[in-house]
Design a protein around this ligand. Structure first.
Ligand code: XMP
Length: 509
């Protein structure tokens, strides 16, 4: 096990992820964890993360020099490297200008950290303070023209430090460096796999929950499904899953969720499906404004969930399928609200619970999927495309009615079916049908029609923050169009959305 000590840097989870990618188990803990606790954990190595502070700041996170005397290999990154230098008697200075971005670094290949790294290698820098002089007993193992100590080490004391960030992709040989630290210096075995994470998490949940009662709001999405199965495996019938069907799910989705989690499914838990369609449609009637719709759906979701929770009474724990990217998104708080996201941090006010359990809080999406497969969750659920909390409510422009939901469900099912049949789904980040509120004139048979237009969207994206419209083969679009106008009553036109994000968003509202 490798211990990552958090000094407040923005790449902490990325460090943990890189370590896991090397098949080494790791845990992130606060920098102020006690020395006793560290000894008890007995890690093979410790990594100090970066952080926004200066070692000279009054409230800066610090550590004593005892941690450096444990004989455990330590890698300090950025702020972590400056702290190592500061605590051990080196000197740290503030530069007149920050060093930021890709930087060519000259490394000493005699260092075990850099033995297989090119002598001149591109690394990612992001710092203002720098180590001016390494502490006694350390040798400098990398430098740049403006950063005299870009890396330093004391192999005798097993202490290593880099001013740059080996964990980010822009550090071209960063993975090699981390591997060297983990395997050559910490002597990790590299036999950890996602199933160990799952086993470990299940064991930890069992210990925490004891004989307590647990409640989980299940949406049927990947994250809440993986969290629910993990809990089910850990505590079985002590878990109750409440699945709120707001009537805005994709075609057959509610039944698919019930097939997995309901009494016919493989898990031994209490499953409650609340068919709340009518409540949602009543609240949404006549509402056209996107943000108003989002707020209504989010609010109503919580109210329905609360009503069910009240019936259950006091529970000890509430499960949330929060994953790491949600933590960053909801933590930012400074950027303009483009859309108010439903199911990120939306906690019910009146549910009586003592503590929240978030078993996926440290994982990235692809890691959650891996954990899901380890848990034996069906692939079609694990690889489901992202689906927004407000569901089809925001894929129907303007007011929402059951008839419109039916139209968009049918059109979307056809679209997904044809894309899968043609095998063109690989590489697509998201693809779905939406119902515009545009009606236009058409002709069917010899009759005039005045019906709705469906918009098809397909995007490629790596992070959903930006996206490109995908170039789907014309024949696939033709087939989908023809099927939609023939099979979906009330639709006489199909449009393809060619807009990227920005300026459009992926969803229509
Ligand atoms: P936009 O439309 O903002 O969407 O480009 C980016 C990604 O976020 C998803 N999305 C949501 N996910 N709750 C969610 O859990 C929401 O309220 C929500 N709104 C958008 C969207 O599907 C896309 O993947």
């Amino acid at each position: 096990m490798v211990l990552v000590l958090d000094f407040g840097g923005q790449y902490n989870q990325l460090i943990a992820r890189r370590v896991r990618e090397c098949n080494v188990y790791c845990e992130i803990h606060s920098y102020n964890i006690s020395l006793e606790k560290i000894k008890e954990m007995n890690p093979k190595g410790i990594i100090f993360t970066g952080g926004p502070n200066s070692v000279y700041g009054e409230d800066s996170p610090r550590c004593g020099k005892e941690i450096f005397e444990l004989g455990i290999p330590i890698l300090g990154i950025c702020y972590g490297s400056q702290l190592m230098s500061y605590v051990l008697g080196g000197s740290v200075k503030t530069a007149p200008v920050s060093e930021y971005g890709k930087t060519e670094v000259l490394v000493n290949k005699n260092s075990l950290m850099f033995g297989d790294v090119s002598e001149k290698t591109i690394c990612w820098m992001s710092h203002t303070d720098y180590i001016e002089k390494a502490p006694e007993g350390f040798q400098v193992t990398a430098s740049t023209p403006v950063c005299p100590v870009a890396a330093m080490e004391s192999p005798e004391k097993k202490l290593y430090a880099t001013q740059f960030h080996p964990e980010v992709m822009h550090t071209q040989e960063g993975t090699k460096m981390l591997r060297n630290f983990l395997f050559k210096l910490c002597e990790c075995s590299g036999d950890w796999k996602m199933d160990s994470f799952v086993d470990h998490a299940i064991e930890a949940i069992r210990k925490k929950v004891g004989d307590g009662k647990v409640l989980c709001a299940l949406s049927g999405g990947v994250d809440s499904s993986v969290a629910a199965v993990m809990l089910a495996k850990a505590v079985g019938k002590q878990l109750t899953c409440v699945f709120v069907d707001h009537g805005l799910l994709r075609k057959n989705e509610g039944d698919e969720v019930e097939a997995v989690f309901g009494p016919e499914g493989p898990y031994d838990l209490n499953f409650i499906r609340v068919n709340a369609q009518d409540r949602f449609f009543a609240k949404l009637a006549g509402v056209e404004e996107p943000e108003a719709k989002r707020k209504i759906i989010g609010e109503e979701f919580i109210r329905v969930f609360e009503d069910e929770a009240k019936k259950i009474g006091t529970v000890d724990f509430l499960v949330q399928g929060t994953i790491y990217p949600d933590v960053i998104e909801s933590g930012l708080g400074k950027s303009a609200v483009i859309k108010s996201h439903h199911n990120v941090g939306g906690l019910p006010d009146y549910v009586d619970f003592k503590e929240i359990i978030e078993p996926l809080r440290d994982l990235f999406k692809d890691e959650v999927r891996k954990a899901g497969l380890e848990l034996g969750i069906p692939e079609y659920l694990v690889y489901r495309q992202p689906f927004p909390g407000p569901g089809l409510g925001i894929r129907i422009i303007g007011d929402v009615t059951p008839e419109k939901v039916h139209m968009v469900q049918e059109a979307d099912a056809i679209y997904r079916e044809e894309i899968a049949k043609a095998g063109v789904d690989k590489g697509l980040g998201q693809y779905f049908a939406a119902l515009t509120n545009m009606r236009s004139v058409g002709v069917m048979g010899d009759e005039r029609t005045y019906d709705y237009a469906i918009a098809l969207r397909a995007v490629t994206t790596s992070d959903f923050m930006t996206a490109e419209a995908a170039e789907l083969p014309w024949e696939v679009l033709g087939k989908v169009t023809s099927r939609i106008v023939n099979e979906v009553k009330g639709v006489n036109r199909v449009l393809y959305d060619c807009t990227g994000k920005p300026p459009a968003t992926i969803e229509f509202e």
